[in-house]
Design a protein around this ligand. Sequence first.
Ligand code: LLP
Length: 490
Amino acid sequence: MHGGSPPSPEADPSPAELIAARPHLSRHAFDGLVVEDVPLATIASALGTPTHVYSEAAIRRRYAALSAALQATRLDTQIRYAVKANDHLAILRLLGSLGAGADVVSEGELARALEAGIPAERIVFSGVGKSRHELVRALAYRIDQINVESAGELAELSRIASELGHTARVALRVNPDVDARTHAKITTGRGQDKFGIPASDIPGLYAHAATLPGIRPVGLALHIGSQVMTLAPFRESFAVLANLAEGIRAAGLPLDRLDCGGGLGVAYVNEPAPSPEGLAGALAASFRRLGLALLLEPGRWLVAHAGLLLTTVLRVKQGPERPFIVLDAGMNDLLRPALYDAWHGIVPVRPGLDEPLAPADVMGPICESADAFARRRPLPPLRSGDLVAILDTGAYGRVMASAYNARPLAAEVIVSGARWATIRSRQPLEALWADERLPGWEAASRPEAAHCRSPQIFPPGGAEAGLFSRGAGAELARPPGLAPGRGARK
Ligand code: LLP
């Protein structure tokens, strides 16, 4: 199971143990579960649920710990935050202000990083499938480095850079054929994975890159996978990288940096996890003698613990063996359990955890059996209306969300001390179809259907809109264009 998992549910950490291991969380006698100094019940009563909540202090603390561990090595190291983990502008701005650059994998992530004020000279573009358009953008913004993953991409980049009269600073991404011993769906450094260039092809391709117009090879890159829970795979892949770098330099080619990727795992289950000091030690042992600049692309390690998904128990339904706790958050809000069998802590928000724990299945409301957050999870008794926090959702949480089952995207909140701010409002129902259009022939043959071309079927503030967004069960006047029988028309 991904993210580490206890050998049996009996070994699951209790809600109290989960809270104790997360410094930004505490439980108060009257307020219940509190993030920094803000009770989660306050946020829920103001904004409703499901809502993603982030702790600014938790992100600052993790960034400071990673920087301190890297600085202690006295190596030239730079953090390029992997934007995919959580791309909210407020998070990017915070990390940028702390000194982080960005590792981006799409034009959208590049635009977000720039919009958040992260300078182009601190941005790396990774990814196995960059479009021509994305390469043009990366060059136009003169970002720091493009990580190239194939001979074909290198040739295309050379052509584009020459056309534009730019020079691309390129690192070749090595596939070191190392198994990161993590979930198969997020392992990226084995020979059979689609990522990177086989180590045996690197020396020749690097030499070739040095001859290409518009290309300046500056180093090598790798990323072996995510949620890597031991240091051994890092050490193994760093050894491959160090060997290749030495060979390239011995051949008289310029090489001044190594991009060591992300992947540092976090303790979702309070299990032992590799420390930033451990990673820094592995970097120093592998690369000190080379005297190169080292880039790191951490995502999860910086932001996972900082986030939680605040949700409400809709229903407690007795199953054959234990209760189903049905939440108002689903796999559309947090996909990791459904996609990777990931384990996330689940903690009731209400005060007091003294009641005995009993196993329960914690489910979302979506029409798929995959929509399950936990099975046989020891929890105190829960009732309909209780608030619950799903922990450690700051990385790969909201970014992987969808509106499946026409469920609007959840709100997002950031907490800093006793302050909190809504950093994304809950998606309004109308936004679900705001970009949709009926095909022209439908509108032409049935003029009233042209209403659907308007982004707002329900006028703002109209009676229907109010009823819809409050989710009331009242009978509604049907809006034009949604008349019965529409689907049956030929
Ligand atoms: N650099 C590259 C090139 C990557 O592909 C990734 C993650 C990272 C850095 C950051 O890795 P991190 O430090 O966050 O482990 N959705 C999955 C994780 C996918 C990670 C993909 N690449 C999950 O929820 O577990």
